[in-house]
Design a protein around this ligand. Sequence first.
Ligand SMILES: [Zn+2]
Length: 1023
Amino acid sequence: MYRQPVLKNRRTLLERADKFISDVYFTDCNLRGRLYGDSCPLESLASFLSSKRITFTEAFQQTFAPHKVGDTFGPTWWTCWFKVTLTIPESWRGKEVHLLWESDGEAMVWRDEQPVQGLTKEGEKTSYILSDCLRDEEPHSVTLYVEMACNGLFGAGQGSMIAAPDPNRKFSVQKAELVVFNRDVRELLTDFEMLIDIVKELGEGEQRGYQALFTVNEMVNLCDPSDPGSFSKAHSLAHAFFSQRNGDSQHTAHAMGHCHIDSAWLWPYEETIRKCGRSWVTVIRLMEKNPDFVFTCSQAQQFQWVKSWYPGLFSQIQHYVKKGRFIPVGGTWVEMDGNLPSGESMVRQFLEGQRFFNHEFGIHCKEFWLPDTFGYSAQLPQIMQGSGISNFLTQKLSWNLVNTFPHNTFFWEGLDGSKVLTHFPPGNSYIMEGKVEELMNTVKNNKDKGRANHSAVLFGFGDGGGGPTQLMLDRLHQVQDTDGLPKVQTSSPDQLFSQLQADSALLCTWTGELFLELHNGTYTTQAQIKRGNRQCEALLHDVEIASSLALCRNRTFQYPVEKLQELWRLLLLNQFHDVIPGSCIEMVVEDALRYYEDIRRDGAALLHEAFGALGSKGNSTGVFNSLPWERHEVIQIQDGAGTPGLALVRVPSIGLTPVKDTQPVAPVSVTSQADGTILMENGILQTVVNKDGTLASLYLINANREAVSDSCHGNQFVMFDDVPLYWDAWDVMDYHLQTRKPVLEVVQPPHVVSSGGLRGSVSFTLRISDKSTIKQEIVMDAMCPYIKFNTEVEWAESHKFLKVEFPVQVRSPNATYEIQFGHLQRPTHRNTSWDWARFEVWGHKWADLSEHNFGVALLNDCKYGYSVHKNTMTLSLLRAPKAPDVNADMGTHHFTYAVMPHTGSFQDASVIQCGYNLNFPLKSIQCTADTEPWSAFSVSTAAVILETIKQAEDRKGALVVRLYESHGSSVTATLCTTLPVREAWHCDFLERQQYPTQPARITSEGVTLNFSPFQIVSLLLIL
Ligand SMILES: [Zn+2]
C-alpha cells in the first residue's frame, strides 16, 4: 500500500500531517489555506443600535446608517441591527456561496422577515449559506438583516468568564463578506483531523494508531492543495481506513445532538429567549441537510418562549418533533436545581413540563434530563416515577472534588425505594464536539465496563446555547463503525435507555441522594432569592388550599386557574439551576426578585379573594390554618380600633375559626437577673440569655435536660473567611472551617422588649465589622416548644461567611435533615472521605440531632445550608461572593430560625410539624361573628402529612390532594373531610387516574390509605 519507504519517526510524520491542516502555519501552501476560494465585498452594510431587545417588525422600520466593518458599537446588552445588501458575482455559478460573518456578539440572520440562522464565533458558526451550488435562476441580489446581541456566548464577564459583566464593553464586526466555500476541502480536512486525533489518542501502544499515522502520511503525499483533482485519492484512503470495521463486542456511543441553554446565568432571561431562537433555528437548518440528525431538547419554558417570540420557527420545530428528530426531553418546566425546590415544586416542574409537551407535541417524556445541577434529592426517583418517568440522565457528579462516583450506568433508588435507570455519559460532558478524544473517553471512563455496553454522547456547544455544527455531524458520520473506536449510532434517549434496560442484569444500585461534593455555597448564596422561593412556595400552597375550600363553600367562587398557573410558572422558572442556587449575574437576581414580588402581590390578592369567599366577608377577626393539624399558637391581631395585640388561638386543621382568646397553661416570664443575664420561661422551656446574646442555658423543663453543651453557648454567631478556588458564588471549600471567628462585639446588650404573658422577647445588637451588624430579637411564645430568633443583618462583607452555632448535649453519629417529602440522615463524624466531603450540606425547614429519647432541632424560615459536626449544629446564614454578581447579598436581610429541644424522637416530638408551623404562619381572615370553627380536612395519624390541595387540572368539580408519609414508617391513615366528596381515586403526579383504575376506599370516617415509608400519595376527589 505504501510505495515510499517511511522512516520510523512518528513525531515528524505526525507533525507533518498537523501542519498540513494548520490554520496558523503554512496556510499559503497547506490544505487549510484552500478552505475558502474567491471573496467579494458586500454591496452595503448599515446599522442601528437599540438599547432594548425589539422584534424584527419594529427593527426593520428603523433608519439604518452606513456601517464599516471594524466600527465599534455597544455597550453591553444593547442590540445592533444590521441591514446587509449583497450581490453574488455571476461567475460563481456552480459554487457554494457563504456570507462570512465574524463578530464578537451573538447574531441571528433574518431573511424574508423570518429568522434563518444563528451566527456565533464562539460556537463555531461564522457563515450563513447563501447557496449550496449557485444556479442562474437563484436570486443573486439579496437583502438580509442581522440582529446582533452585544454579549458573547457566555455573557460579558470582565476579565474572566464568571466575573461580573463589563457594562461598557464595545463590540465590532470583524469580517462581513461573500466567499466561495470549498466543501471538498472541508470534507478532506475532517478526514485529516479525525485521523490525526486517532494517532494522538491511541498513542504508541496500539497498532491501530500506527495504521492511522501511515494513512494520514500517505494522504499528505497524495494530496496537492492547489489541485482539487488530487483530493479524491486522499479521501478514498481515509475512507478505506474508516471502513475497517469493529468486532461485535465494541461499545456503542449513542450520538444525540444537544444544546444546553441555561435559562439565565451570565445573561438575563430575556437574552435566553434569543439564545433559544438562534440555537434552534440553526438546528432546523442542519436537519434539512442531514436526514439522520437527531436533536434532544429540554425545558418546556424555552419552548414556550420560542412559541411566543418565533411562531414560524416553532411550527418548523413541531414538524421535526412529529418526525421524531427534534426530541423534547426531561418533562420539566425548566432544568431545576436538584436540592432546594420543595417537594411540591418538584412535582409541579413535572406537571407543567409534561402537560406542556403533551399539549404542544402530543409527547410524553420518559426520561428526566438534568445534566447540570448541584446535587440530586433522594426523593427524585419517586417524583420521576410518579410523573411517568423511569429513566434519568445527568453527569454533574463527575465534578466531585473529593470522591469519584463509582458508576456511569446504574439503578438509582430513592428514599421510598423507587428506582430509575440512570446514565451519566462517561465522556463526562454534555457539551461534546464529536471528537475522537470524547469517543475514546466514552469507553475509557465508563465505570460499568462489561455491564453496560451503550453510552450517550451529547454533542453541541452549550451552557450559553450554540448547539451542534455541521462539522460535528461530519466527524461522527466518518467513524460510525471504525475499528479501534466505539461504534457511533445516531440515537434518541428512548433507544439508549431501551438498550440499557434490555441489558441491565449486571447493573449496580445506588441508594439515597446523589450528593455533589462541590458548589456547596449555593445553599446560601443570594439569600433574597432563597427567601423569595420559600415564601412564595408557602404562599401558593395557601392560595391553593384557601381557593379549594372556597370552591366547596361558595358556589359562585371561581378557582383562579390561569393566574395560579402563571404564578407557579414564575416560581418554577426561578428554580432554574443557576438562579435559585444564586450562581447568576446581578441582572438575573433583579429579574428573579421582581418575579417573586409579582407572586407575592398577585398571590396576596388571590388569597384575599379566597378568604372573602370563605369568611362571608364579615367584620369579625378570624384565623385561617392551612396545615393539616390543629394549632394552638400566639398570633398578632388588631382589635376593633386597629390597635395591635396578641391572642392565643386554637385553630382546627385546614380550617378557620373566629378569634377566641384562650389562656395559656403557663404564661411567659422574662426576668433580668443581677448578673446582667436574662431568664426567659414559658413552662416548657427555660433559657438564659447572656450579655452577648448567646444562650448560656436552654433547659427542657419536663425532661429535666439541659440542651446547651457544657461550657459552651448556644446561638453563637461565627464568621469564616470564604475564598474558594475558583467558583466564587458556588463554592465554599473545606479549609474555610479553619478560619472560624466568633462574633463577640456587643453594640447594644440584651434588653427586655416584651416582658411576658403571651409573648416574651429580648433584643440586642452585635457588631460584625465596621460595615456589618446583627440585630436580633429572641422570642418565646406561650405554649410554643421552640424559641424563635428574628434576625436582621446589615451585611457589607467581602468573601466572608456568617453562620450561627448551637453546641448541644447530644451524641449521635448521624444528624437528620428535612428534604422534599421526607428526611434523611448524614454523618456527624469524618471517618471517610465520603463523610468529610459533606462538611456543608443542604436541608429544608429543619435539621435534628437526636440520641435516644432526647434531641435538638434547628428550624429555619428561608435557609438551606447546614452542617452538624460532632455535637455542634450550624445553620449557614449569609455569604459574600463577588462573582458573577459583584453585589451579591449586600444590604439588609431578615430571617428567622428557631431552636427546639425535645424528648423522644423528632417524629414523636412533632419537629416536622413545628417546621411547617414556622414556615406557614396562621393567617388573619375576616369572618362573621357567628362563624363556627370549621375544619375541611384532617388526617388520623401525625405520620402522614396532607401537603397539597388544589383543583384538578382540566376538571372543575374535582380536587387533587397530595399526602406523604413523613416519619419513615409503614402506616395506615384515614383522610377525614367535611367536604362533600363523592368518589376518591388514586392518581399520579400528572393527575392521571392510575390504571387499572383504583378507587380509594371511602368509609364513614373518610378515605383509608396505606403508606410505606416516605410514600407520596395523590388522590383525585370528585365533589
Ligand atoms: Zn447549566
